[in-house]
Design a protein around this ligand. Structure first.
Ligand code: ZN
Length: 324
């Protein structure tokens, strides 16, 4: 019997990652194609389809492709659209699912990348037995996937869970969304870099960070310097964790999660971000919630959670259909 697989597709600004994922979360084939260089979405889908069909032929064991799950910036689960994604070349409202289904002749579902990550954790990670949890992705931005009573919260129009754009400071830093003072402008890979430079302006203490230009600074370097005791690096994590924890305390008041998972480049800082976030969350929590909620790294931190999560969209739908 052919192995049943789902195609997981993670559309990023530069690369689109693809993988064939079986029911247990094993990835049987992984690859990526460029997201750029296609004038129209139709050309991109054509190239993606050709690439996938070619890949299926190369796999040794026969596979039965059941559907295509897609994680994309501003992907709308209800409408099947990608709407005005800031880092994609195709503007406006794209009828993505319809175009994909016409080409692949298979069921296609789309959601945003953070929701896909939450589904990945639920089906293949540490949230397997959890019905209430929160997934935070810390990368170029701050994404969040809220799971309540076993379901992703999509909200009235499909865009619920934009924790990255809650206000932390009136008239604060400019955010990529056009507003000022959003959490994402402070708690994300670019956000912590901005904090490092803010601290270097405020403080006089010596730091190896003073020799690194803004454009060359990576979150990994800040983590390594924190490990070696660099005071600016440690303070930058404390400030970032403080703001994250304070925002999480508010989210806990809304949805009462069992756990909070962190994923993304900045989450790889581990204790440096988690400890100050936990401390600040506890300080700001309503007493009935205190000492109950864990903040932990995603179990899929080193795996391709975006592809697994995108595939999980289809697997979860099939499970629901079968009444599991
Ligand atoms: Zn914003």
């Amino acid at each position: 019997m052919a192995l049943e697989v789902v195609l997981g597709v993670d559309i990023g600004g530069t690369f689109t990652k693809i993988g064939l994922v079986d029911r247990s979360g094993s990835i049987h084939f992984e690859d990526e194609i460029s997201t750029r260089g296609y004038d129209t979405i139709e050309e991109f889908i054509e190239a993606l389809h050709a690439h996938v069909m070619n890949s299926l032929e190369q796999i040794h064991d026969p596979c039965l492709l059941l559907g295509v799950g897609v994680g994309a910036p501003n992907g709308n689960y209800y409408k099947g659209t990608i709407e005005n994604a800031p880092n994609l070349a195709w503007k406006g409202k794209i009828d993505f699912v319809k175009l994909m289904e016409n080409r692949f002749h298979l069921p296609v579902l789309v959601t945003n990348d953070a929701n896909a990550a939450a589904l990945g954790e639920m089906l293949f990670g540490n949230a397997k037995n959890l019905k209430n949890f929160l997934m935070i992705t810390l990368g170029t931005g701050l994404g969040s996937g809220l799971v309540v009573n076993g379901d992703i919260i999509y909200g009235h129009d499909g865009f619920a869970g934009e924790l990255g754009h809650v206000l932390v400071y009136d008239h604060g830093r400019q955010c990529g969304c056009g507003k000022r003072g959003c959490l994402e402008a402070y708690v994300s890979a670019p956000g912590i870099k901005r904090t490092v430079f803010e601290l270097m302006a405020e403080e006089t203490m010596e730091s190896a960070l003073r020799d690194i230009p803004f454009s060359g600074l990576k979150p990994k370097m800040i983590t390594e310097l924190a490990e070696s005791g660099d005071p600016i690096a440690i303070k930058a994590f404390e400030r970032t964790g403080y703001l994250l924890g304070r925002a999480l305390a508010d989210t806990v008041a809304h949805i009462s999660p069992h756990s909070i998972f962190l994923f993304g480049g900045l989450a790889k800082a581990g204790k440096w971000i988690i400890e100050p976030a936990k401390k600040s969350m506890e300080e700001h929590l309503l007493p009935i919630f205190r000492n109950k909620i864990e903040i932990v790294p995603s179990a899929l931190l080193d795996k391709n959670i975006a592809v697994l999560g995108a595939a999980a969209l289809i697997w979860k739908k099939l499970d629901n259909k079968n009444g599991n």
